[in-house]
Ligand binder design. Sequence first.
Ligand SMILES: Nc1ncnc2c1ncn2[C@@H]1O[C@H](COP(=O)(O)OP(=O)(O)OP(=O)(O)O)[C@@H](O)[C@H]1O
Ligand SMILES: [Mg+2]
Length: 214
Amino acid sequence: MRTISVLNAKGGCGKSTLATGLAAALAWEGYQVALGDLDPQKSSSDWVAARPEEYPPVTGLSADDGPVRAPAGTDFLILDTPAGLSGSELGQVVRRSGTLIIPVLPSYVDIRAAHRFLGHLFELKAVAEGHAKVGLVANRVKPHTIVYRELTGFLESFRAPFVAHLRDSMNYVRAFNRGLSPSDLPAWRAWPDWEEWEELMSWVRSRRSVGKGG
Ligand SMILES: Nc1ncnc2c1ncn2[C@@H]1O[C@H](COP(=O)(O)OP(=O)(O)OP(=O)(O)O)[C@@H](O)[C@H]1O
Ligand SMILES: [Mg+2]
């Protein structure tokens, strides 16, 4: 089983959107997927609860009853984490993950916060020694804006690969509310999102995204 965590101490940068989107994309590929919600806000638990039966299933796991454990037969455990994750809680999430996905928004406040967060992350032994591999994702991108160009420069200069950019689209907002994500939407509505997700998924499928932690 692979464990992929979506994290960034900054609130509202798209952790739950990416965690649920990743769970749906992998479920469409035929994998058994569990989505662990470590956030007391329970956004991804709400998403699982709203997910219609006719779509590829994602098993929701809550942290209410102790540490999240995936059922036997799970291929991918995706962990959605809360804002403000730091210290020993951050360390625990990182140690149990082979892959870490960090969404960052194109805003100066978010870029500065991501700089600090990534600094802490790379000081952790599990990241420094390649136990967990990090991929950076620019989220809610509006192309041709100066701040997006600055975000691109920042992400490209970092020690981890810049693996995808996802556009700012109402598809995410509407789909989330119905327990869906871009992979679940029809092509005529979501083909630009599918193309962007393919960048992220090809990194997730590649060995480059798999740390020694699996
Ligand atoms: N690419 C996108 N396009 C448009 N809206 C988006 C996109 N990504 C996220 N959003 C919206 O931004 C808001 C915050 O996203 P989300 O809940 O995924 O962030 P989060 O990092 O999980 O937040 P929190 O730190 O509170 O857990 C939501 O309303 C979501 O629908
Ligand atoms: Mg969230």
